[in-house]
Design a protein around this ligand. Structure first.
Ligand code: PEP
Length: 260
């Protein structure tokens, strides 16, 4: 059985450390000491230290939104995996579509970051997903398979079990458009089949694949009840404590029903 995993990607929000700490404390208080669903928050890098302190003694993971693949050196503006470890991170988002499409990040770069993240013990959340144009051209599976092939190059079955994937159709991110449960499950099933071919059935059955794209409290339950959807990567709704906790509650209900 795969645990449901809900992660909040705060992107370049909120504006101040004070607000970030307040949001982290609200999530911590809402989740409580024992989470039957895995939860992580991914604040801006500058606030990681303070959010880590705010999350002390809670089961909530702390994720960064990006990292560099080099361990140190002349890479102005970049942050290494070791620095993320030092700031208390447990997770790191890699290859988010806003980096792939907004900043030209390539599969090869995502792959280099993935190996670097694993080397320092971070749990990577590797994002993949097609644009609207690609979906309309019936290229979704080709695009997703290409991103998986490039981003996961050189990864063993043993390593794969420690990697989280996030299927995030680009057309659903921050747009209010959500993939229907059938659309999302269709791509998740394709991803599970792809993982099975590459890593074998036993390994593929253990890999957590989140869905991301305008997940809200009122659509979370039906998405999370799909057999191959193992959680959510949440952007906008993770900035509102009530909405993020509402999504976590929906996941708890699905988990309690044993639908995962
Ligand atoms: C995201 O940024 O990963 C995301 C899914 O954003 P939103 O939930 O706002 O669509």
């Amino acid at each position: 059985m795969r645990p449901l995993f809900i992660a909040g990607n705060w992107k370049m929000n909120p504006a101040t450390a004070k607000e970030a700490v307040a949001l982290a404390e609200a999530v911590k208080n809402g989740v409580g000491p024992a989470a039957d669903v895995r939860v992580a928050v991914c604040p801006p890098a500058l606030f990681l230290d303070q959010v880590d302190a705010a999350l002390a003694n809670s089961p909530i993971g702390l994720g960064a939104q990006n990292m560099h693949w080099k361990t140190e050196g002349a890479y102005t503006g970049e942050i290494s995996g070791a620095m993320l470890n030092d700031a208390g991170c447990t997770h790191v988002i890699l290859g988010h579509s806003e980096r792939r499409h907004g900043m030209g990040e390539t599969d090869a770069q995502v792959n280099a970051k993935l190996h670097a993240a694993l080397a320092v013990g971070l749990i990577p959340i590797v994002c993949i997903g097609e644009t609207l144009q690609e979906r309309e051209a019936a290229q979704t599976e080709d695009v997703v398979a290409g991103q998986l092939t490039g981003s996961l190059a050189g990864i063993s079955a043993e390593q794969m079990v420690g990697i989280v994937l996030a299927y995030e159709p680009v057309w659903a991110i921050g747009t209010g458009l959500t993939a229907t449960p059938a659309q999302a499950q269709g791509v998740h099933e394709f991803i599970r089949d792809w993982l099975t071919k590459l890593f074998g059935e036993a390994t593929a059955a253990r890999i957590v694949v989140q869905y991301g794209g305008s997940v809200k409290p009122d659509n979370a339950a039906e998405l999370l009840a799909c057999p191959d959807i193992d959680g959510a990567l949440v952007g906008g709704a993770s900035l509102k404590e009530a909405d993020f906790l509402g999504i976590i509650r929906a996941a708890q209900v699905v988990a309690a029903k044993g639908q995962v």
